[in-house]
Design a protein around this ligand. Sequence first.
Ligand code: FMN
Length: 168
Amino acid sequence: MNVAIVYSSMSGNTEEVAELIQATHVHRGDRVTLYEADRIGHREAQSLATYDLVYFGSYTWADGVLPDEMKDTFRLVLKELNVKLRQAAVFGTGDKMFVHFCRAVDEMAYHLSKYGIPLAGETLKIEQSPRNQPYNVRHWTERLARNAEEGVYVHDHSKDQTTVAQTS
Ligand SMILES: Cc1cc2nc3c(=O)[nH]c(=O)nc-3n(C[C@H](O)[C@H](O)[C@H](O)COP(=O)(O)O)c2cc1C
């Protein structure tokens, strides 16, 4: 399978999740391309249509906000270029001390659903770093990879999510 991961990370937590997802796919024998959201120009955006599965990952900012670089990416990919993504997956990191925990994840799922892009499974919300529980990310990724291969689509984006809270 050909996989792309588009992510946005300020202090490295979301990048760690992206790298765990990448490692899980590589272990399965898949080809993976990692993109930082602010590096997505027209050419990269168009190329996302060629992947079997495209992950979008982001931290949440300033009282529940999706960061600008990820907003710009969604605007370019979905609204401006109307790129037909085959299947997508959404993950993010946040902090439970904020009222809108990982709200950026819900916003990304909303944008995808608005443009009719199927999700390969439930969204993944991680509290801070995935370092203590990497297996949660691995299991989620393996499940979504299987769904993507089998063409199992999750249509109701709002209902399903996996939340991973810090244990220490
Ligand atoms: C100013 C500021 C505002 C934040 N607002 C939220 C928020 O509203 N909801 C949330 O879940 N996390 C919030 N966070 C926490 C970050 O999303 C969290 O630390 C995340 O793991 C950072 O990801 P990164 O390391 O990939 O940049 C905020 C952090 C900062 C510094």
